[in-house]
Design a protein around this ligand. Structure first.
Ligand SMILES: Nc1ncnc2c1ncn2[C@@H]1O[C@H](COP(=O)(O)OP(=O)(O)OP(=O)(O)O)[C@@H](O)[C@H]1O
Length: 315
């Protein structure tokens, strides 16, 4: 396994602050009254597709104006503020990279765009940070998805920003590439940079970051320590659809069980609410067996990521 070289720590640290930020596109409210503060280290921005993560990152980076509210970096607005762009790097999800360029040429071109005093040295330094030295003179078209992503991270780091924003950086990567990218983000965070990456995958965020901001339908649903938020997600009531050979008798029996908080008898079977997922799935077969009832179907009704997130919003 490769290890990531420790990048030089930035001389100062930066805090990105959002105050009552909203953004709408016509009638669509993509981001709704979000306030947060991000400091040094790695933070995950978690939310299902369409939650508003990309819109939020683009406003943070100063590429998009908030419809309401303000984004500031160390007290200065990011929108239309070139001085702030020098402190920020964005690795966007959709941006294409010319496949005929080598990584070195691509990162060098970015260094020149930033008008850096020694663009060659800056490009070499950024490429070393993502450990792409051995492939830097190959055309990007020949790279794997993980290598392409690292080349883009190098371009975003070439001007040594204190803040790095990444939109779904792990998308399409295999486990090894993922691990390498995670190590890179950790080392950048440990060096004092403010790193925010978006993801719609719970486990991904869990592995990279202890601190998380959760977005659902444009709103900030939860914020803080990942383990606390995860507990909120798993300790919620679960809803099951149950069918059996005698739904009525099973309903009566289940109502007496402490793990069951509600039972509804419908035409297509039972809807059961249980506070503890594991306890209910263990007790159901025992209860049915004791009464000579056969369970034909047991389906969790609300296990989609979407519903886990919506539960957080309601909590
Ligand atoms: N340029 C646009 N014009 C109109 N609607 C938009 C535009 N960009 C985003 N939206 C809408 O705003 C909402 C939030 O989109 P956004 O891309 O920010 O979410 P996301 O969490 O990044 O999702 P994804 O991971 O799918 O990109 C969605 O309903 C989307 O359809």
């Amino acid at each position: 396994m490769t290890t990531t070289s420790n990048p030089a720590p930035p001389t100062t640290t930066s805090t990105l602050t959002l105050t009552g930020v909203s953004r709408w596109y016509g009638n669509v409210v993509a981001v709704n009254d979000v306030s947060m503060s991000l400091g040094p280290g790695v933070t995950g921005l978690l939310g299902p597709n369409g939650a508003g993560k990309t819109t939020l990152l683009h406003m943070m980076a100063g590429f998009l104006a908030p419809s309401r509210g303000q984004v500031t970096l160390d007290g200065r607005p990011t929108w239309r503020n070139p001085a702030v762009y020098r402190q920020l790097g964005l690795v966007s999800e959709r941006e294409a990279v010319h496949s005929f360029l080598t990584a070195y040429e691509y990162v060098l071109a970015t260094a020149k765009l930033h008008k850096l005093p020694d663009p060659q040295a800056a490009a070499r330094r950024a490429i070393a940070m993502v450990e792409m030295e051995s492939a830097q003179d190959r055309r990007i078209g020949t790279y794997s998805k993980g290598m392409r992503q690292r080349a883009r991270v190098a371009a975003a780091l070439v001007h040594e920003p204190q803040v790095l924003l990444l939109d779904e950086p792990f998308n399409g990567m295999d486990p090894r590439q993922r691990l390498h990218m995670m190590e890179l983000l950790h080392s950048l965070g440990d060096a004092g940079r403010t790193i925010l990456f978006s993801s719609h995958i719970l486990e991904e965020v869990e592995q990279v970051s202890g601190t998380v901001q959760v977005m659902v339908a444009g709103r900030l649903a939860a914020s803080g320590d990942f383990r606390t938020i995860r507990r909120l997600m798993t300790n919620r009531p679960h809803v099951f659809a149950v069918r059996s050979t005698d739904d009525r008798a099973l309903a009566v029996a289940l109502m007496a069980e402490p793990s069951v908080s509600g039972v509804e008898l419908g035409r297509d079977g039972l809807t059961v609410r249980a506070g503890d997922y594991g306890a209910f799935t263990r007790v159901l077969p025992k209860v049915a067996l004791a009464r000579g009832i056969r369970v034909r179907q047991l389906l969790p009704e609300d296990e989609s990521l979407e519903s886990v997130f919506s539960y957080l919003v309601e909590a």
